[in-house]
Design a protein around this ligand. Structure first.
Ligand SMILES: Nc1ncnc2c1ncn2[C@@H]1O[C@H](COP(=O)(O)OP(=O)(O)OP(=O)(O)O)[C@@H](O)[C@H]1O
Ligand SMILES: [Mg+2]
Length: 457
């Protein structure tokens, strides 16, 4: 069932329920007070006849009252204290007679309602007693035909039915538009996720509102954009890596053909084999990148931690990378507190430092210095690699740890970067329960700091 229909139905059922209950309550209340009003006015009329009778009790007054009531929709019957009818404004029917014979009980000056049931009886009725100074006593009965009351009520009912239908109609229209307005963004989000699941990430959702639905829409849009970016970059990565694999393979094939030829001097053969060896190393490096990328995608780096003396560990890495730095004419300095021990996976952590040092070298121009520093601050081990290279623009900083992100694509590719290094670094540092921070200024250099919990000292 469609969500708009479901929502609409729920609204409808709830509103029908609320409307029925409130209408029934209102209807009963209005009818009750309307009938009560009729009874009160009947009683007031009886009381005013009583007042007149008490001032002047004679035939002429009685006739006058009878005459008055014969021209209204009410009827009056005046009896003496024994129940003998002295005056009646109309014929005394059976139902009136029945009321006249009802026991009255205690009566105060205000009179009383003797019959209020307008549904079953022919008349509603009130009674008031009068006492004249000369000793005459009696009762003034007032009657109103319940047909009149019923007519009044049915008129009221018609108003109620009309109002209910009108409210229902307005509600239906409101529900229709409301459920559509509520479900429209949901439907477009559903379409968008359907498109995403089919691999089409080019979705554009309408501008999101500032509520939960808006947040959801924003998240879907971000997801689609990220996936789109990743898909584009992944294709580019695979295309360039396969393209780059082709070159060394052609060399290997070509030079091995030459090396196979007879009549080559030993020196020539060694020269060709050297080239083959170099190209094989390049193939190896490219495959390593590919492998890392696949691992990054599956989150399958395994960490086996052991206690490491940081200073000697860094010294060995320093010695490994120093020749490359010297080659480019960049100074590399290491400064590490002697007493630091940390718990890390030495191979994985070397990958982290190698990536950072590779970047520092790759993005520095001669002359410059790169510092490796390690120290303890606030019971945490800080390892920083700060270069004096080209720096990273502030707008790019939040993204440099995203996989396949490169600041200057043409420059990075020229120097062989795929934009995977920092993504691996971040993932590995997080696998060590650490954090990596970066500060950078274009033209001045970048500083990457790894912060790890101190485990040993
Ligand atoms: N020390 C640095 N100085 C200046 N820019 C840097 C530095 N380190 C990283 N960057 C920028 O961040 C981007 C991402 O770095 P990352 O190491 O992930 O990729 P890469 O070096 O381009 O390629 P890879 O490391 O996969 O060979 C780089 O392309 C570069 O633009
Ligand atoms: Mg790199």
């Amino acid at each position: 069932m469609k969500i708009s229909l479901k929502l609409g139905l729920w609204f409808f059922v709830c509103i029908i329920l609320i409307e029925t209950i409130s209408m029934l309550y209102l209807h009963n209340h209005v009818i009750h007070s309307r009938v009560n009003q009729e009874l009160q006015s009947l009683k007031a009329r009886g009381n005013s006849h009583r007042d007149v009778l008490e001032i002047s009790f004679n035939d002429s007054t009685l006739n006058h009252i009878g005459l008055m009531e014969s021209h209204t929709d009410t009827e009056v019957v005046i009896t003496n204290k024994n129940g003998k009818v002295l005056l009646s404004s109309g014929p005394v029917s059976e139902s009136i007679d029945k009321i006249l014979h009802k026991p009255i009980g205690k009566l105060n000056r205000n009179g009383k309602i003797i019959q209020a049931d307008w549904r079953k009886e022919h008349f509603i009725s009130t009674v008031t007693n009068f006492k004249v100074d000369d000793g005459n006593q009696g009762y003034v009965y007032m009657f109103k035909n319940t047909n009149d009351v019923r007519r009044l009520i049915s008129q009221l009912n018609r108003h109620f039915i009309f109002a209910s239908i009108l409210i229902l109609l307005f509600m239906l229209i409101t529900i229709f538009f409301l459920s559509r307005a509520l479900t429209k963004p949901l439907i477009s989000m559903k379409e968008a996720t359907k498109k995403i699941s089919k691999g089409d990430f080019s979705v554009t959702l309408p501008p999101p509102s500032k509520d939960e639905l808006g947040e959801l829409s924003r998240s879907i849009q971000t997801l689609a954009n990220d996936l789109n970016y990743l898909k584009k970059e992944r294709n580019e990565f695979l295309a360039s890596i396969s393209h780059e694999l082709r070159t060394p393979i052609t060399y290997v094939k070509g030079y091995s053909d030459i090396a196979k030829r007879k009549g080559l001097t030993e020196a020539e053969r060694v020269y060709y084999l050297e080239i083959i060896h170099e190209e094989a190393a390049r193939i190896n490096m490219l495959l390593e990148e590919l492998f890392d990328f696949a691992k990054l995608d599956q989150n399958t780096f395994t960490i086996t931690k052991e206690k490491v003396h940081l200073s000697s560990y860094l010294q060995s890495i320093y010695e490994k990378v120093l020749p490359a730095y010297q080659n480019k004419g960049i100074q590399l300095l290491l400064k590490c507190q002697e007493s630091i021990f940390i718990e890390i996976d030495p191979t994985r952590f070397e990958q982290v430092l190698m990536n950072l040092l590779d970047n520092a070298l790759k993005y520095s121009n001669n002359p410059a210095t790169t510092h490796i520093k390690a120290f303890i601050k606030n019971r945490e081990v800080h390892i920083s690699i700060c270069d004096q290279g080209i720096g990273i623009p502030q707008t790019d900083l939040p993204y440099i740890f995203d996989r396949l992100y490169r600041v200057d694509k043409s420059r990075s590719r020229a120097s062989g970067g795929f934009g995977i290094g920092l993504a691996i670094v971040k993932e590995l540092v997080e696998d060590h329960c650490g954090d990596i921070l970066v500060k950078s200024e274009v033209g001045k250099g970048s500083c990457f700091t790894i912060v790890l919990k101190e485990n040993f000292r």
